[in-house]
Design a protein around this ligand. Structure first.
Ligand code: PLP
Length: 451
């Protein structure tokens, strides 16, 4: 089928996620046809460096034959069976074991889901169930952060702190409260980063006291807030947050959907920040995005209570631990281990990207550059000296994103924050190409904004 026909059919019938349907109708969509390594190809013959690893998920890169073979073999062997009513199958069992080997020592159980959103729904129910079983049914409030993304189901978006999402689709799940995010560049520049990190932790404590210290069940956050803008917290933040949570006996939920599986140079982002989460929702990089699968890694404290005192947990999904998805996820983790992917991000690719990416700090359009592991962000500013933002109506970030795309790089914009999170298999040469494409796009964005 010709690409213009595909575009027309797409506009006629397909409601895309997170998209202005009407605007898409006018512009049409880019049709991605195939991909290899870190590059995607479209129906017009363009090759584009995927600086976002799909949606932060294609950690091993595109075109890994071993993953295709694992899926095919499992489809032949057992394409589906469930994990309900005392049945299971080898891929789910082996994947559970592998995950618990890779996770921090206090985590020895996993509950499978089909996605990250379902994982966060599961978290919400587990957390409240845990406290009910502990005889503290008033511990229901969950504290999350403004601008956080934890998924698109009703529970996921309620846990998340994205105002435009909250404004659509009716009442949110009750007893979820949002505190400020440790976004120093955007919100904390009247203090030093370290002081601001502590201020944000104090805001959590203040909210706990406001809600009643016996009423707060858990705090949920990503190690680095991803979709919110690749926001690496000041070094003071996590140690201070840990202290507050310990003081009031509040569970820590660390959403590893983006940061897990090597993105920050450790198997889990929690390990980078020395966190001991009670629960870790996972998805995305678990299967390198080849098939949909998620889960919740459950620490001993919660698992023991659910197992010993819980009776039946009335929760689960048809595709919890789907055998084909689990087989692909297992193979994905085995390859990552065999190839030392995580260690390479930590010791080689992460530092290499950081050095190249940081060179963009000199650009007149850039007010701050951040980088950790294979995640990076650029803050676009109208004035380099004062670091004042552009007028929102200029949509400078979207302009830069579109220029990037047209010139062969996927770089995402969140407002005027530009983000990258390439496949973890990217080479030095490809990192050089990514940074040089980004630099050229910044030049062109600056030129276009000047007119
Ligand atoms: N949690 C985080 C931190 C995410 O970034 C996402 C998706 O981007 C989710 C949860 C939801 O995952 P899914 O889209 O698989 O439902």
């Amino acid at each position: 089928m010709h690409s213009s026909d595909l575009r027309a059919l797409d506009s006629a019938h397909h409601l895309h996620p997170f998209t202005d349907f009407k605007a898409l109708g006018e512009e049409g969509s880019r049709i991605v046809t195939h991909a290899e390594g870190v590059y995607i190809h479209d129906s017009e013959g363009h090759r584009i460096l995927d600086g976002m690893a799909g949606l932060w998920c294609v950690n091993l890169g595109y075109g890994r034959a071993e993953l295709v073979e694992a899926a095919t073999a499992q489809l032949h062997e057992l394409p589906y069976y469930n994990n309900f009513f005392k049945t299971t199958h080898p891929p789910a069992v082996k994947l559970a074991e592998k995950l618990c080997q890779l996770a921090p020592a206090h985590i020895n159980h996993v509950f499978f889901t089909g996605s990250g959103s379902e994982a966060n729904d599961t978290v919400l129910r587990m957390v409240r169930r845990y406290w009910a079983l502990k005889g503290k049914p008033d511990k229901q409030w969950i504290i999350s952060r403004e601008n956080a993304y934890h998924g698109s189901t009703v529970a996921g978006m309620s846990l998340g702190g994205m105002a435009p999402m909250h404004a659509q689709g009716g009442p949110l799940v009750p007893a979820i409260s949002h505190v400020r995010q440790p976004y120093w560049f955007g919100e904390g520049r009247d203090q030093s980063p370290e002081a601001f990190g502590r201020t944000c932790a104090e805001a959590i404590e203040a909210r706990i006291l406001e809600l009643g210290e016996d009423n707060v069940a858990a705090f949920i956050a990503e190690p680095v807030q991803g979709a919110g803008g690749a926001i690496m917290p000041p070094a003071s933040y996590w140690p201070a947050v840990k202290e507050v949570l310990a003081k009031y006996d509040i569970l820590l939920v660390v959403d590893e959907v983006i940061c897990g599986f090597g993105r920050l140079g450790e198997w889990f982002g929690s390990q980078h920040y020395d966190l001991e989460p009670d629960l870790m929702p996972i998805a995305k990089g678990l299967s390198s995005g080849y098939l949909p699968i998620g889960g919740v890694l459950v620490g001993d404290r919660v698992a023991e209570t659910l197992i010993e005192e819980g009776g039946e947990f009335f929760h689960g999904f048809t595709y919890s631990g789907h055998p084909v998805c689990a087989a692909v996820a297992l193979k994905n983790l085995e390859i990552m281990q065999a190839e030392g992917v995580v260690e390479r991000v930590r010791d080689d690719l992460g530092p290499y990207l950081a050095e190249r990416w940081m060179s963009l700090a000199e650009h007149p359009l850039v007010g701050e550059v951040r980088s950790l592991g294979l995640m990076g962000a650029l803050e676009l500013v109208a004035d380099k000296t004062s670091r004042a933002r552009f007028d929102k109506r200029l949509a400078a970030g979207n302009l830069c994103r579109d220029i990037c795309f047209a010139s062969g790089l996927v770089m995402r914009s969140v407002g005027d924050t530009m983000i990258i999170a390439p496949p973890l298999t990217i080479t030095h040469h490809e990192i050089d190409e990514l940074v040089s494409l980004a630099r050229r796009a910044l030049d062109e964005t600056a030129a276009r904004l000047a007119h």
